[in-house]
Structure formats: C-alpha cells, structure tokens
Design a protein around this ligand. Structure first.
Ligand code: FCB
Length: 508
C-alpha cells in the first residue's frame, strides 16, 4: 500500500469539489477512470510505470515539527464500530431482519458470500471488548444501535430485549470511564420498512424519529454523544444509485430521495432529542471529500463534485438550504431530476434539517482529484480500498474549509483509518501507524489554526464485516480471527495508546 507521504503536487483545493466511493469504478462506465485507477493500485499496470500525475511530496510546504504535537486538555480519543459490522447474533432476542441481512443473502453481493454472521461477535463479547478499550486508554467508544433490535419491523412498541442489550453496553462503558457515542442509524434499516419504500419514502423519516425517541427515553439519563445518521451520502449513493450496498437499488432519483429523507430524519430526531430532555449532545456524521481540480485555471468540474459529495449535505444541515449545483446531468453531479428533488422538500423541512446541533461529526478517509469536465481522477496513492486516495493534508484542508465556509460548530472526527494490506490476520501494520500519525498531525495543525476540533475516533476498533468486501478488508487496530474470535492488538493499537497517554502525536 502506498504511504500517505507521497502526495501529488496540487493546486489549492477548490471549495467546490469530490468522489464517489466504494463502487465508483462501476460509476458511469468510465473506462478511462478505471484504467487510471488501476495505474494507482499496488500491483496494477502503472505500479512501476508512470503514475497519472507526477507526485510531488508535501504540496503545501508544511513540515511537521520535530517534537510531539500536543492536543488540548480534554481532547477525546476514541474508536468506532457499527452494529451490523461487529455484533453478529443477528437472529437472537427478537431482532428483526435488516436490509443488510437481505442484501448479503443475495448471491454475488458480498465477497465470498460473507454476511453479518459471525462478525466480531460483539453482541456477546462486549464485556471483553470494553476491557480491551480500557487497556488502550480510550476515552470514548462509538457504536451503533441496530434499529431492528429495538423495533423488529421498524415501528411499534420497543422490544425489551433489544433495549436491555444496549442499556448493559452503555452502563458497562460508563463504569469503565468510557464515553459512549451512540449512532442511531448505520445503514441497517429494518427490512419491513424497506418493503414499503425505505428511505425513498417520507414516512421512514417519521418512523426514525419514533425509534430515536424510544432510545432517548431509555438511555437519555446517560452523558452520551448521539449521532443521528451515519454517512447519509454513502447509504444514498452506494445503496440506492450504484447498487453496491443494501438495499441494492440503482436509481439516482431514488438516491436523491434517500438523501432528503435521511436528512429530514436527522432533523426530526434532533428535535425529538431536545424535546426528551436527554443528557448529552447530538449531531450528524458526514463523510466529506476534499476535491482538487487538476487544472487550477478551471475548477468547474471540481465544484460540481464538491456540490454532490459535500455541500449537498453540509449546506442543508448547517445553512438550511440545498446547493443548486449538486443534481443534474453534468459529470460530477448526482444525475437525478433537480425539480423532483426540490419537490420533496415540503415547507418547513429545511428548518427541521438545520435544527441546531451540538457538534458536526466528520468522517475522513482521503481526497479526490477532478478533471475539468467533472470526472474523478486519481491524484494520490490509493489504499487497498480502491476508493481511498490517501492524503493526510486533505484533512487539514477540509477542517479549514469548514472553519471558513460554515457557522462555527464543535467538530469531531468520528471515523478515520485505512485497511490492512492483506486479508489475513495481521498485527504488523506500519502503514496504519503512518496513516494515524500523519492524520493526527494534521488535526493538531488545524486546532492550532483555530478549528474547534474536539476529538478523533479511529475506524475501527476491531477488524469487522466491511460491507461488500465482507471479512477480506480489515480496518481494525485490533485484529480479529473470525474463526476463534481471538482479539490481538496490532502495532497501530500500541501507537494509538501511546498517543492517548501523552495526549500528543510524536514526530516520525
Ligand atoms: C465508512 C463506514 C464504515 C466503514 C468505513 C471503512 O464509510 O461508515 O462503516 O465501512 O467506511
């Protein structure tokens, strides 16, 4: 896997730009893109030849200091997971089926036919995992609640066994001095709701608010952070447009509807949170993608990519309006009908969606280049996840952009990580140490430049079920042997633990 240090020479990032993820090779049938990407993939045709763009290290000229970079007192260090990816036990205690159970059971959707069983068996092993977290010194743990454990068919009364499980998990975390961050929706919609349209229908947003209210009532006494929706973009685009994730649809207009209804769900849940008087704080988790035009003199293509990847989510939540260039038929846009999309937003919706949040959660994996037409192009080394162009400085650029373009709000990085270079159990992951070190440095740099960044969660605590990649792609700082469920800390876990203990990131 290429090291993040090998950065391309880039013009300053455009404020208006970005890249589809995961299934993006399939996007738009772009052979040129596929070939260019292959050239950037380790072992691909261009691996030892000339890359698409000549990389020059260190585009901005910023050099990390030779001594440790300290973080503010109280900075939150955490690790993240999600229910379907780690829990297993998908058919116990009254849990209903989710869209991911249905999708993974379909032939050809997930590598090797893998499913959410056994995952990392955390439904049963959470006490052991909390000991692990304590050993690492984590201040916070981000997990998600499986909606179909709480409401097996997506509506109606709560399932006591489901609530009981999360009550025990939360209590055990609090007892261990670890702050829970509770994600309400991380893509595992109850199948019964999908059967009546899922996120393509408005009613699902109302169902979500009911579900959220059940949890605020059950767990609202806990000083926790709540994330309403995890990456609405990925669920809408990959699940409803590219067909690479559950529910496996391939229709940009349905994807656009899934965008609006997830954002509405976020707003309604935020209102329900305030009404409940629950302790703690609430926000949304957006995966953002700095996009850089490969031609500084022409950024129009990059602006469209930025619109569909970033502003389509940031603007409604933070400004109460949708951008006017995110949808359309030009390359880089979500190719849905803008008029039909506008008609989905009923009077008052944008006020609900922009209900004040306590923090903005951002998830950062990398950047994209964009040509003048609006096609995404590789300009940085990719990891073993083909959609991930690694560039630590992109995190700094993104944080500065949020500082400059949006109203001030506390920011938390709730996912940041890189997969192993092998699908085998490994504990030797120098590339992950390098990834974390360089990204922590850019976070510290941004804090020094006035960004109100309050915490940093690594994706992921454990190797787990990586969606369409199944168990082949390992993102944990702790290795999991899925045969035995044995956990072993990787080298990166030791590095992270030292960072947490020092509340500072050391130089290389
Ligand atoms: C994020 C998802 C998370 C995991 C990482 C690698 O987009 O939120 O579940 O798949 O990517």
């Amino acid at each position: 896997m290429p090291q993040p240090a090998a950065d391309p020479g880039l013009p300053a990032p455009t404020r208006r730009a970005a890249l589809p993820r995961r299934a993006f090779l399939a996007l738009g049938g772009s052979t040129a893109l596929a070939a260019a990407l292959a050239a950037c993939t380790p072992g691909g045709p261009g691996a030892s030849g000339s890359p698409a763009i000549t990389p020059t290290p260190n585009p901005s000229g910023w050099v990390p200091p030779g001594e440790p970079m300290a973080f503010p007192r109280g900075y939150v260090w955490g690790a993240a997971t999600s229910a379907y990816q780690v829990e297993g036990s998908t058919a116990v205690d009254g849990r209903g089926p989710s869209v991911w159970d249905t999708f993974a059971a379909r032939y050809g959707t997930v590598k090797h036919g893998d499913t959410g069983e056994p995952a990392a068996d955390q439904y049963r092993r959470y006490p052991e995992d909390i000991v692990l977290m304590s050993d690492l010194g984590l201040g916070a743990y981000r997990f998600s609640v499986a909606w179909p454990r709480i409401q097996p068919t997506g509506s109606g009364p709560a399932n006591p066994a489901g609530l009981d499980h999360y009550r025990k998990l939360v209590d055990a975390l609090v007892d261990a001095g670890i702050r829970p961050m509770i994600t309400l929706f991380h893509w595992d919609l109850p199948q019964a709701l999908q059967d009546v349209g899922g996120w393509t229908t408005r009613d699902t947003a109302a169902r979500f608010a009911d579900y959220a209210a059940i949890l605020f009532d059950a767990l609202g006494d806990v000083e926790a952070d709540w994330m309403t929706v995890n990456e609405p973009k990925t669920h809408a685009f990959v699940g409803h447009w590219y067909g690479g994730h559950a529910p496996g649809l391939r229709d940009p207009d349905l994807a656009a509807a899934a965008v609006h209804h997830q954002l509405l769900a976020h707003g309604l849940a935020t209102e329900a949170f305030r009404a409940s008087g629950a302790a703690g704080r609430i926000g949304i988790g957006l995966n953002l993608l700095p996009a850089y035009s490969i031609d500084p003199a022409n950024t129009r293509g990059a602006e469209r990519v930025d619109a569909s990847e970033n502003r389509l989510f940031l603007d409604p939540v933070l400004l109460g309006s949708y951008p006017d260039d995110a949808l359309g038929q030009a390359p880089g846009q979500l190719p849905a009908d803008p008029t039909a999309f506008a008609a989905l937003a009923l009077p008052g919706d944008l006020e609900v969606i922009s209900a004040p949040m306590d923090f903005l959660a951002i998830q950062y994996y990398g950047i994209t280049g964009v040509d003048t037409v609006g096609n995404v192009v590789p300009i940085a080394p990719t990891s073993d996840a083909s959609w991930q162009q690694v560039r630590a400085e992109g995190l700094y650029d993104l944080l500065i952009r949020l500082r400059d373009d949006y109203p001030a709000i506390p920011i938390v990085i709730t996912e940041n990580g890189i997969p192993d270079e092998t699908s085998a159990v490994t504990v030797d992951d120098p590339y992950r140490v390098e990834f974390l070190r360089t990204h922590f440095q850019q976070a510290a740099r941004a804090i020094g430049d006035g960004v109100p960044l309050e915490g940093h969660y690594v994706w992921s605590l454990l190797d787990n079920f990586e969606w369409a990649e199944g168990y082949d792609q390992r993102w944990g700082i702790v290795a999991v042997d899925f045969e035995t469920q044995e956990r072993t800390a990787k080298r990166s876990a030791g590095f992270f633990s030292d960072v947490i203990a020092a509340n500072a990131v050391p130089p290389a």
